[in-house]
Every structure is written in C-alpha cells, then in structure tokens.
Ligand binder design. Structure first.
Ligand SMILES: *Cc1c(COP(=O)(O)O)cnc(C)c1O
Length: 373
C-alpha cells in the first residue's frame, strides 16, 4: 500500500544536503553561534526578498508577533482585532501582553478575516489589527489598510504561512506596519528547528525589536527596556539562507500542484480553495471543505493517505477564551470552517503519481457513495 504523508519536512534537506552541510560546518567552525554573521546575512536577504528596509531575526514566529506588539506598545486594556480561524499563537501574543483579542468572522471562500467586518469591531480601545494570511492566501489588504489609516491603527501581518505569497504584487508581510514569519520546519521556508523573523519599513520599530530580542539591552549590559531572550540561532540562519533562493520555485511547484488538484477534483461535492484576483497564493496547505470530513479522512487513511485538520476549534470558542464571552454560533463561517475543512497532501516534492492517486481515491470515495456529479 502507498504511504503518502501530508507534507515532507526532510525532502528539502535531502535535495540540498551538499549545500547545507558546508554552511553548517562554516558556523560550527567559526565559534560564532549566537547572532553571528549568518543571522545578519539572512536578515539582509529576507529584507531584499520582501522589498522592505528591515528584517529582524527572532527565536520563532510567535515571538515575531509578541516582540512586534510589545514594541508597538500594546498592553493591558488594548484591543487587537484578528481572525478566530488561525493558529493559536496569533491571539496568544496579544494576550501575553495583557491585551484583548477581538475576533471577527471570516470569508467562507478564502478563510481569511472578512475585512468588511473590521469597522464594526473598532472601539476606543482598539490599537491594532492582525490579518493572518491563512494557508498562504493573502488577506484583502487594500480595504484593510484604508480602515487602519482612517482610525490610526497598527497593522501586524501574520505571514507565518505566507512567505512569498503576494497581494497585488506586494509580498505578504510588507504591506502593514510589520510582517511576521515563522521558520518552523513545516512552513514553506522551514528551518531545522524554531526560528522567526519580523520585517518592517519603520526604522524606530526595527530598532526597538532589535533591542527587545536581546533582553532590552543596547549596548550589551545596558538595559533600557524589559525584553526577551529571542534570538535566531546562527545555525538556523545559515541553513535557511541556503534554502531561501529556492523558495519561489517551491511555491510555484505548490501552485502547479494546486491547479492539478483543482482540475482533478472539480465536480465533486466539496469546496476547493479560492484564489482571488488580488492574490498570488502559495498553498501552505491545500484545504478543502466537505460535509463528510470524518468519513473522507478515514477513507483516505485506509488507502495510505494522510490528511489533517487546521483548525478544529476556532479561537473564540477555545476554553481559555471563554471569559471573552463569545457564544457558539456567533461566527458561523469560522465555525463551519472548523467543522468542515481538511488538508490534503501537498508539498513541492510530491510526485505526480502520488498526487494522481490522491485524486483517484477522493473521487472513488464520492463514487462509492453515489455522489458523483
Ligand atoms: C506557525 C504559525 C505561528 C507561530 O510560529 P512559530 O514559529 O511556531 O512560533 C503563528 N501564526 C501562524 C498563522 C502560524 O501558522
């Protein structure tokens, strides 16, 4: 029987071993393990890639959000508008600082925050908006930025799933006040452990985040703020630096495979991913929505195909946020997405044969249930 994983974190290492090993050896032999030249070089490379002035390496994507919000002065009493359909870290960063996440419902097709709902959620406590480019499809940023400007709000793009995706030819993460990336191994530009980065065109914000990541000190041992220990390792930076030039090719390959799925799965009673006219989506995950998720996942599993649920509980219904007072049913689209969406295997190195097999098995599932359209 076949065994098709949802993603394959090893594949890129295997393909680039001959470049990654020497980069590692260089760091190991240099003795410069924390904040070495590799971190600086990766920051320059990412800033160039995203066409922004500053990139600041940090310990992970969650810290990228946390340090940015902290540097922008978000704290107790402040409200930050975001989406309930995201990884928990997006809202967690707000809560860590004593702020309150305010959730608005999502669009049923892109699963991104419905920007037409932002204005109604703004109060005199609102300080920022965190759009999340979920699954690599960018949020509709033009109307969002217009509202942010009108009310004087910061915009922190959670681009952890969207490195290399574009909104109207601009890189995800480069449009708002700041953008945050994660190098978690399964992200599109995955490291070999934890890592993250903030990008911004704001000199003062960049300066503050650089100080915050080293215990609020500049120069060393002179502390002007309460900060964090949140540095990007030289080893991670050196390995990610090797991978960055390949990112666009990998993303293009994800898009080609998404198109093969679109053609192969059309006509079935399931919702395929949207790609709007403003988006260059990079399919961090290939998400479908179906009324028969549990049965379809079981059927795939019986045929050696992995699939996954992202995310089973929307944030407004998480136990820890019960105190915020959201009731079941108040964000119908986010709740429908949590109940009905699932990810099919998709990664740049996936073979055409494996993908055709996935398509065949999904089609067979519906055929056996007499639901062919
Ligand atoms: C992965 C992810 C994060 C957190 O990144 P880490 O590096 O795991 O801390 C935040 N937001 C979103 C949307 C993510 O997918």
């Amino acid at each position: 029987m076949r065994n098709i994983p949802l993603m394959d974190a090893k594949a890129q290492y295997n393909a680039l071993k001959d470049e990654i090993r020497p980069a590692l050896d260089e760091v190991l032999e240099s003795g410069n393990y924390i904040m070495g030249p590799a971190v600086h070089r990766l920051e320059q490379a990412v800033a160039k890639y995203c066409d922004v002035k500053h990139a600041i390496g940090v310990a992970n994507g969650t810290d990228a959000l946390l340090l940015t919000l902290d540097a922008l002065g978000i704290g107790p009493g402040d409200e930050v508008i975001t989406t309930p359909f995201t990884f928990f870290a997006t809202a967690e960063a707000v809560s860590q600082l004593g702020g309150t996440p305010v959730f608005i419902d999502i669009e049923p097709d892109t699963y991104n925050m419905d920007v037409s709902k932002i204005e109604a959620a703004i109060t005199d406590k609102t300080k920022a908006i965190i759009p999340v480019h979920i699954f690599g499809h960018p949020v509709h940023m033009d109307p969002l930025m217009a509202i942010a400007e009108k009310y004087g709000l910061h915009v922190i793009e959670d681009a952890c799933q969207a490195m290399g995706s574009e909104y109207r030819e601009k890189r995800a993460g480069s449009i708002g006040t700041a953008g945050c990336f994660s190098f978690f191994p399964t992200k599109n530009l995955g490291g070999f452990g934890d890592g993250g980065m903030v990008i911004t065109n704001d000199d003062e914000l960049a300066r503050k985040i650089r100080i915050l990541r080293v215990h609020g000190s500049s120069p060393k041992y002179y502390h002007s703020m309460i900060g964090y220990n949140s540095r990007l390792d030289s080893l991670q930076a050196a390995m990610i630096e090797v991978k960055l030039p390949y990112l666009d090719g990998w993303n293009a390959s994800r898009r080609e495979k998404a198109e093969i799925y679109r053609q192969g799965l059309q006509g079935l009673p399931l919702q395929l991913p949207a790609e709007t006219d403003y988006a260059y989506a990079i399919y961090h995950l290939y998400i479908i929505k179906t009324d028969e998720r549990t049965k379809l996942m079981e059927y795939l599993n019986e045929h050696g195909i992995s699939s996954g649920i992202y995310y089973p509980v929307p944030l407004h219904l998480q136990e820890v946020y019960r105190g915020l007072g959201y009731e079941e049913g108040c964000m119908p689209e986010a709740e429908k997405a949590a109940d009905g969406t699932m990810a099919l295997p998709l990664y740049p190195e996936m073979s055409g044969e494996d993908q055709q097999y996935v398509i065949e098995i999904v089609r067979r599932f519906y055929a056996e249930r007499g639901e062919m359209v």
